[in-house]
Design a protein around this ligand. Sequence first.
Ligand SMILES: Cc1cc2nc3c(=O)[nH]c(=O)nc-3n(C[C@H](O)[C@H](O)[C@H](O)COP(=O)(O)O)c2cc1C
Length: 182
Amino acid sequence: MKKPTIILGVTGGIACYKSADLVSRLVKKGFDVHVIMTRNATEFITPLTFQKLSSHKVVTNMFEKTATFSVEHISLAQIADLFVVVPASANFIGKMANGLADDMLTTTVMATKAPVIIAPAMNTAMWNNSILKDNIEKLKKYGVIIVDPAEGRLACGDFGKGKLAEMDDIMQVIEKKLVDIL
Ligand SMILES: Cc1cc2nc3c(=O)[nH]c(=O)nc-3n(C[C@H](O)[C@H](O)[C@H](O)COP(=O)(O)O)c2cc1C
């Protein structure tokens, strides 16, 4: 039986390192995982880590010259059984909610027909920002599943809501959705 394919988007935030654990868990569960990183995410963690964990080349650049003629953002969008973005930055959420497609991740997520799950992570003030809240509501309206951030001490020293949800909770949401759709 074909392994379910998960496309994992990683955006620029402190919680990026936790997505490496997510890839490892998903691969151990038998899923085929392909990672797309934003350019800013590569400031926090290198593509090599995800490449090794997923056993696939990590895509970061829309305009990379490839040996094949396939249009990568379309092919990744099409092979996805599920599209997951962990962590999802305020910037990514703003772009997705407003239909912007200016990099590999936002373009691919727009091109996919697969269900989308995002796990936001950001500073509490950003999470409480009214524009961000509107964008989250808009994404929910379009069927995007949001794994709400947790409360706790944030990397910036603040205390409040904004920490990436526990990995066990994110895994549970992913596995439940896969059971529903496969
Ligand atoms: C040290 C540092 C930590 C950051 N952490 C976060 C974060 O947790 N969440 C967030 O939304 N933005 C965070 N940012 C800001 C994003 O990196 C910035 O908005 C960037 O444009 C996001 O780009 P991307 O969405 O294309 O990955 C952080 C920036 C720095 C320098």
